[in-house]
Design a protein around this ligand. Structure first.
Ligand SMILES: Nc1nc2c(ncn2[C@@H]2O[C@H](COP(=O)(O)OP(=O)(O)OP(=O)(O)O)[C@@H](O)[C@H]2O)c(=O)[nH]1
Length: 398
């Protein structure tokens, strides 16, 4: 039965090699996915470590350089996985990763040699150090606070199981006589290797899956955000607001739509230049975002025109509109020692029982906005939903 363990080890090495190639091919196809490269390196180093260890066992010297390289590669392998998780979390590669990797490899090897000198036998220490990296990786995922909760939960469990398997392997090896790993038909070794295999395969499937889920979410976010102001862009705002409006309508809940326009923005551009104009738009966007309640949707429709969707009655929305005027006034732009006064005009339309389609509210709010501009700007006007015509219910002129 002595051949059972080596064949299990060979299967583990082959699996890691295939996973390494899978991650490498994914890495070549995806952009900015350093995590995949680290995960490929992790499996690659595991194969190198296993092969070096096998050469050492075949030659069977008392203590060979192959064993040392094998142990170092195996430990660095799990450290690479940890770095892959770090890159994944950061969304990019932290600058100090390579230095950290060298530190880990050097530190772990020194620890190994120290334990070897003190204990006489420290074969299992490599497995325990690997377990430590699996635990650290799982911990890193545990602190995650955003989406993909289920994918990350699965990955965390896989890493924790892997850590448990490595601890079992480590404790088993520590109790075996020197070099007996490949020759003893120990009852624990075979299940440990099998579990290692299955966990590697499972992790190899889950990792790219959550990686692509994350990429998709990042792209979706990029596609829905306005570059300049960081609020929703036109397409995202209109589609989200229409969706929310439809679901609120079925519940007969109130809905208010605001159209906001920066007053005399052309003058700002003409006087100070387009770059300053851009900064004014950013400032206005920030001020409005901060002043809005959490339930609001806020987007830039284009140019100096913004829109807000509020799940509020007209009465409640009027207070929000007042806050928006104040917020914009209280955050004037400073440019070369002078202050650029900025005001906004707001057209609004409410449906207190959600019975008016979103598109109609938007058009009514737009009409109301024209009314405010005609009335002199820096004010607001609510359209009357009953006759579908803008009617001045509230004018605040600055
Ligand atoms: N800096 C900058 N200017 C922009 C941007 N988009 C549109 N504009 C400018 O915004 C100006 C809008 O001018 P108008 O539509 O006449 O509006 P206004 O001057 O604000 O006048 P009222 O709305 O009537 O108060 C134009 O000069 C556009 O070139 C942008 O992203 N950045």
């Amino acid at each position: 039965m002595a051949f059972v363990v080596p064949s299990g080890s060979l299967a583990a090495l082959l699996t890691n090699l295939l996973v390494c190639l899978l991650f490498l091919s994914l890495y070549r196809r995806s952009e900015n996915a350093t995590a995949l490269l680290y995960w490929a390196a992790s499996c690659g180093l595991f194969v190198v470590g296993g092969l070096c260890y096998a050469v050492h066992v075949t030659l069977q010297p008392e203590f060979s350089a192959f064993k040392l390289i094998g142990i170092a590669s195996l430990i660095t392998s799990s450290a690479c996985l940890f770095l892959g998780i770090r890159c994944f979390e950061a969304g990019t590669c932290p600058a100090n990763n390579v230095f950290f990797l060298l530190l880990v490899a050097g530190g772990s090897l020194s620890l190994y040699l120290l334990l070897k000198a003190v204990l006489g036998s420290a074969d299992g220490m490599a497995s325990l150090i690997m377990a430590l990296f699996f635990i650290l990786s799982a911990q890193r995922l545990k602190t995650d606070a955003c989406q993909f909760t289920s994918g990350r939960w699965v990955l965390r469990v896989l890493l924790q199981l892997h850590a448990a398997v490595m601890i079992c392997q480590g404790l088993t090896l520590l109790r075996l006589p020197q070099g007996a790993y490949y020759t003893t038909d120990h009852p624990l070794i075979q299940p440990v290797l099998l579990t290692h295999l299955m966990l590697t395969i499972a992790t190899a499937l889950v990792l790219p899956l959550i990686h692509s889920m994350r990429q998709n979410a990042v792209w979706q976010k990029l596609a829905s955000i306005d570059d300049l102001t960081q609020c929703l862009n036109r397409r995202a705002f209109l589609s989200k607001a229409a969706q929310q409006s439809a679901s609120l309508a079925t519940l007969e809940k109130p809905v208010t739509v605001l159209m906001l326009d920066v007053d005399h923005f052309k003058r700002i551009n003409d006087c100070y230049g387009h770059l300053v104009g851009d900064r004014v738009l950013q400032q206005v966007g920030r001020a409005i975002s901060k002043a809005l309640p959490d339930s609001a949707l806020f987007g830039r429709l284009g140019g100096e025109e913004f829109a807000v969707f509020l799940p509020l009655t007209q009465q409640a929305a009027e207070q929000v509109v007042n806050c928006l005027h104040n917020a914009v006034r209280q955050h004037p732009m400073r440019h070369q020692g002078s202050t650029i006064a900025v005001t906004i005009s707001v057209g609004a339309a409410s449906a207190n029982h959600g019975q008016v389609p979103f598109e109609t509210l938007l058009a009514m709010a737009d009409d109301a906005l024209y009314g405010v501009k005609d009335a002199g700007r820096d004010g607001s006007q609510f359209a009357n939903p009953e006759d579908n015509k803008p009617k001045p219910l509230c004018i605040i002129n600055g």
